[in-house]
Design a protein. Structure first.
Length: 115
């Protein structure tokens, strides 16, 4: 498995989306995090799409607002697909196990883990 931990700010408010699976529908929360790196390595940020599932993700949805700083721990997922125009594409995103509000731009610190 390829574990990743990212500390950054949300680029926009998080959004909910539903995916049809063999066991019915599953709800996910999706958001983008911009990681500006260490203080000595400023430059273009790494912008990463994050998918967060389980019931706890829906509870966090109202708090995942643009500009809030979060720490995301999870793993990378690579999905290949073909566009409607027939062009093959690959998408890489992080599937979050843990989302931690750091307190920056947030009134309270909250940590939520998914088993």
């Amino acid at each position: 498995m390829n574990r990743i931990t990212v500390l950054g700010n949300l680029c926009a408010d998080a959004e909910r989306f539903d995916v049809e699976t063999r066991n019915g529908n599953s709800s996910y929360v999706s958001f983008f995090v911009a990681d500006y790196g260490t203080p000595t390595k400023k430059g273009d940020p790494l912008t990463l799409e994050v998918h967060f599932s389980k019931d706890v993700a829906l509870k966090l949805l109202p708090d995942l607002k643009k500009g809030k700083e979060v720490l995301v721990d999870g793993f990378l997922v690579e999905k290949s697909y073909v566009t409607r125009a027939g062009v093959p594409k690959t998408k890489i995103y992080a599937s979050a196990n843990t989302v931690l509000f750091t307190g920056k731009n947030d009134c309270e610190k909250r940590e939520t883990e998914v088993a």
